[in-house]
Design a protein around this ligand. Structure first.
Ligand code: PBG
Length: 347
């Protein structure tokens, strides 16, 4: 018999190569080599609070989300705590809106009431107060506008321009009120230049040097906020927010924004939205050593909810996949409307 042309032994044992599939063989092996962990302690739950008692009003554009009265928000916080969630982020819907958003600085305003209720029922919960004026102003912009009736009217900026420094004064004042009510963290979200420094010095001057600041450092002018404006009843009555929020086309500018907030004394940085800005999350993570938050915003949630309600995709799988991707990009914590459900799924 003729010898085979190719030695069969050699054929069966090719040069050893690394075979990545070896470590994917069983669930235990996959868990062992998993690089990114997702736990309830890394999730922050947003809560929309409004005046009233025993209210939980569904938000049409965000299935599964509610506007709650302070008592219901407090109960919700206790349930979240039981699931291992450590922090809530409060948004207030005021009783009345006016041109300068006065309720935001009222010690009896909706957010201070909710903070006290939550602290009473879920004492260990970290309470973060979103600090912005768009929910409180009748024009829906994030601060004070340039109008001819003002002494400091600046015609060259045009009517309706958001005035930076007068807004800083109001942000500082309202932050002290929320911190005195018991907020652990103030989270300025308006992209007003100098907001972190103004809030830091006001807090320090008021004896609140222990109150932290989580800065919405790189917040983009995004279409993904659409459903939120329904939830917080805060759409701008004219124009949009591109004179203060960032252009989605810019990445280097985000790093300049973040550098400024670090220099001004921010304790936690934030990038917002999350999924369309994973490159920004990664760059900020590599550049600074402060804790980094990412905000998975209303549109990121609602588009998946809507598709899931049609039966077009698997909500749980996509929620966990996107949250994991945001963690992998470098976020330490994620603000997400899935916080409660995800904490349940993660067990
Ligand atoms: C307020 C604020 C907004 C969001 C968080 N804080 C709205 C906006 O900037 O228009 C959006 C959150 C979300 O879409 O989930 N400035």
């Amino acid at each position: 018999m003729r010898a085979p042309l190719i030695n069969s032994t050699t054929q069966q044992t090719p040069t050893p190569v690394y075979r990545p599939r070896r470590l994917r063989t069983t669930p235990a092996l996959r868990d062992l080599v998993r690089e990114t962990r997702l736990t309830p302690a890394q999730l922050i739950a947003p809560i929309f609070v409004r005046h009233g008692h025993d209210l939980a009003i569904p938000i049409r554009s965000m299935p599964g989300q509610y506007q709650m009265s302070p008592d219901r928000a407090a109960r919700e916080a206790a349930e979240l705590a039981a699931l291992g969630i450590r922090a809530v982020l409060l948004f207030g819907i005021p009783a009345r809106k006016d041109s300068c958003g006065s309720e935001n600085a009222d010690p009896e305003g909706i957010v201070p009431q909710a903070i006290r209720a939550i602290k009473a029922e879920a004492p260990g919960m970290v309470v973060i107060s979103d600090m912005c004026f768009c929910e409180y102003t009748d024009h829906g912009h994030c601060g004070v506008l340039n109008t001819p009736d003002r002494d400091d009217y600046q015609p060259q900026l045009g009517e309706g321009y958001l005035l930076n420094d007068p807004t800083l004064t109001l942000l500082a004042e309202a932050s002290v009120v929320h911190a005195r009510a018991g907020a652990d963290i103030i989270a300025p979200s308006g992209m007003i230049d100098g907001m972190v420094a103004a809030i830091r010095s006001a807090l320090d001057a008021a004896g609140l040097s222990h109150t932290s600041i989580m800065s919405y450092a790189a917040k983009y002018a995004s279409g993904f906020y659409g459903p939120f404006r329904d939830a917080a009843e805060s759409p701008p009555q004219f124009g949009d927010r591109s004179q203060y929020q960032m252009d989605p086309a810019n990445a280097r500018e985000a790093l300049r924004e973040v550098d400024l907030d670090v220099a001004e004394g921010a304790d936690i940085l934030m990038v917002k939205p999350a999924l369309a800005y994973l490159d920004i999350i990664r760059q900020v993570r590599d550049r600074h050593h402060l804790p980094l938050a990412a905000y998975q915003v209303s549109g990121e949630y609602s588009m998946v909810k809507a598709a899931a309600l049609q039966g077009w995709l698997d909500e749980q799988r996509i929620a966990i996949e996107t949250l994991t991707a945001i963690r992998r990009a470098g976020a330490d914590m994620i603000i997400t409307y899935w916080a409660k459900e995800a904490a349940g799924w993660l067990g």
